[in-house]
Design a protein around this ligand. Structure first.
Ligand SMILES: NC(=O)c1ccc[n+]([C@@H]2O[C@H](COP(=O)([O-])OP(=O)(O)OC[C@H]3O[C@@H](n4cnc5c(N)ncnc54)[C@H](OP(=O)(O)O)[C@@H]3O)[C@@H](O)[C@H]2O)c1
Length: 250
């Protein structure tokens, strides 16, 4: 088993389900100490109980004070953070732009854009305060292929993920050279969020027809990518957006 992340600590938002949960397990398996964020204490307790995190905090990522408190508690408990996986997000409503609810649009932008903005800068504040001039850590932002190649009836989600990629690039500029910031743009992976599509045989076939690899992603594949991006070996990789989608973005 790899010990790539031995002695390193990371905060993961949305660690209580799906991709965030998978990445928490992957990094823990490589020796990292994880601080898990989710919306409920029961969800956080389950991740900790399964051994994928040392501890965690229940908070909404749109609440700046609550996220700051979570980062402070993570640093107090773990001694430091070496970065984070800014992953929590919600789906669009699958409605045509003409009739979609503007209230839902606002909520998607709030969680997927403002939540990313808040989470990343709370983690960055800690990293930038550490002494020295060398790289202090890395942040990976989970965007989506939809931020690169929009999908019909998902205006809010597409726009929010394009904004998440833009935030990653802005942060990479503002926090250089102390923090490497990268976006990842996954295609379709089986999680609670994608269950309504991937769990429907006809819909799943339709989606597969547009994926050159002709399969959905395995969350373990994202775990391996995020593990590399957070590692010191990837320190020169910043400001980019890495597609991990079986070719769906082409
Ligand atoms: N699955 C895919 O195919 C796919 C593809 C591209 C991008 N993504 C992105 O990957 C990320 C994770 O998605 P997923 O598929 O793993 O979905 P998921 O299984 O539904 O997990 C979503 C996670 O985000 C958390 N979360 C949602 N809203 C939150 C809020 N306001 N404050 C704090 N935490 C919040 C959830 O916490 P609770 O458990 O407490 O609800 C959960 O841990 C999202 O940003 C999504 O857009 C997913």
């Amino acid at each position: 088993m790899s010990t790539r992340h031995a002695g390193r600590s990371y905060l993961i938002t949305g660690a209580t389900s799906g991709l965030g949960r998978a990445v928490a397990g992957h990094l823990s398996g490589e020796g990292a100490r994880i601080w898990a964020l989710g919306t409920t204490k029961a969800g956080v307790d389950a991740v900790v109980g399964a051994g994928a995190a040392i501890g965690g905090s229940a908070c909404d990522i749109t609440d700046n004070d609550a996220v700051q408190q979570a980062v402070d508690l993570a640093v107090d408990t773990l001694g430091k953070l070496d970065g984070g996986f800014v992953n929590a997000g919600i789906d669009g409503d699958g409605e045509p732009a003409l009739t979609a609810s503007s209230g839902h649009f606002l909520r998607v932008m709030d969680v997927n854009v403002r939540g990313v903005f808040i989470s990343a800068r709370c983690i960055a504040g800690h990293l930038l305060a550490s002494p020295g001039t060398d790289i202090a850590g890395s942040i990976v932002i989970n965007a989506s292929v939809n931020g690169v190649r929009p999908e019909v009836n998902f205006a809010s989600y597409n726009a929010s993920k394009a904004a998440a990629i833009s935030l990653a690039k802005t942060f990479a500029l503002e926090w250089a050279p102390r923090i490497a910031v990268t976006a990842v743009a996954p295609g379709y992976f089986p999680t609670r969020m994608t269950e309504p599509y991937l769990g429907d045989a006809d819909l799943a076939d339709e989606l597969l027809a547009h994926i050159p690899a002709r399969r959905f992603g395995d969350p373990a594949e994202l775990g391996a990518l995020v593990s590399y991006l957070l590692s010191p070996e990837a320190a020169y990789l910043t400001g980019g957006c890495i597609n991990i989608d079986g070719g769906r973005h082409v």
